[in-house]
Design a protein around this ligand. Structure first.
Ligand SMILES: Nc1ncnc2c1ncn2[C@@H]1O[C@H](COP(=O)(O)OP(=O)(O)OP(=O)(O)O)[C@@H](O)[C@H]1O
Ligand SMILES: Nc1ccn([C@@H]2O[C@H](COP(=O)(O)O)[C@@H](O)[C@H]2O)c(=O)n1
Length: 245
């Protein structure tokens, strides 16, 4: 399969991470969780005493943390200043603060550069998931997918995940998801938005396996199309070369 760049965006809890990891594993592609990077910078702000609601203070500190993301879908990794951050970035404290930090333009500029350089280095192709991948980070991606699901389905999936760890009930989880989506959709810089040329997949009534199957097919079709276009271009170049001889 040719080295495809796949952008998967959508609101919280629609299945972006689960789907992206499974699709990347199935097709031998790299994987990048961009939400983890925004969580990592937020965690750094919190642990270094930067007031996360003070956009100027966040902007001034945004160049300080060294964030390194792994791209193996079987073992997604993220470190901040050399320390493994995969656990700490999933706390409720980080989840509650991440939308404020990710709305700061200086933070987005820095993380976007990082994401583009990781995607450019993925020689075998990559699945990149987030909120603004299709619209801003990789507007020339070979395939853009926008996952959606009803707030009820998303809340019930998340509550199932949190059982035993957190007292959140479905309705509290639902309100928190909606609040985060509103903040992410209404920020000025690169808001959460479906790209005009993205394929929308409503996962409300689908199992994870069905979503993965659907996206794998979309990626395979995009890869075939890319190979066909590359073949057509090389034949055209060859003909142009013969004519100019
Ligand atoms: N189609 C599906 N059916 C049932 N459960 C699903 C489906 N897709 C994902 N899930 C489950 O829903 C939960 C949230 O999925 P996931 O973390 O992949 O979503 P996400 O869009 O990446 O969320 P976030 O943006 O908040 O990180 C997980 O527990 C996952 O196993
Ligand atoms: N491309 C992205 C990805 C994420 N964000 C912000 O990070 C938050 C956490 O994302 P998760 O996928 O880990 O839940 C998210 O709520 C956004 O604020 C972003 O801005 N752009």
């Amino acid at each position: 399969m040719s080295a495809v760049i796949v952008a998967i965006d959508g609101p919280s809890g629609t299945g972006k991470s689960s789907t992206s990891k499974a699709v990347a594993s199935a097709l031998g592609l790299s994987y990048l969780d961009t939400g983890a990077q925004y969580r990592a910078i937020t965690w750094w702000m919190l642990t270094n005493g930067v007031p996360v609601d003070d956009a100027e203070a966040v902007a001034a500190a945004s160049g300080k943390p060294v964030i390194v993301s792994g791209t193996d879908p079987a073992a997604p990794a993220i470190s901040v200043d050399g320390a493994d951050a995969s656990g700490p970035i999933r706390t409720q404290e980080v989840t509650a603060a991440v939308s404020a930090v990710s709305a700061v333009p200086e933070v987005r500029a820095r993380i976007t550069d990082l994401q583009r350089s990781i995607a450019a280095g993925a020689a075998g192709g990559i699945v990149v998931e987030g909120r603004d991948i299709g619209t801003t980070v990789l507007p020339d991606a070979d395939l853009k997918v926008f996952l959606t699901a009803s707030p009820e389905a998303r809340a019930s999936r998340r509550s199932g995940e949190l059982k035993g760890k957190d007292a959140s009930d479905v309705s509290t989880t639902r309100e928190a998801l909606i609040k985060r989506d509103q903040a992410d959709s209404s920020r000025k810089t690169s808001p959460l938005k479906k790209a005009d040329d993205a394929v929308e997949v409503d996962t409300t009534e689908l199992s994870l396996e069905q979503v993965v199957e659907c996206v794998v097919t979309l990626v395979e079709n995009a890869a075939s199309e890319k190979s066909r276009e590359a073949g057509t271009a090389s034949v055209a170049n060859e003909k142009a070369g013969q004519i100019s001889k």
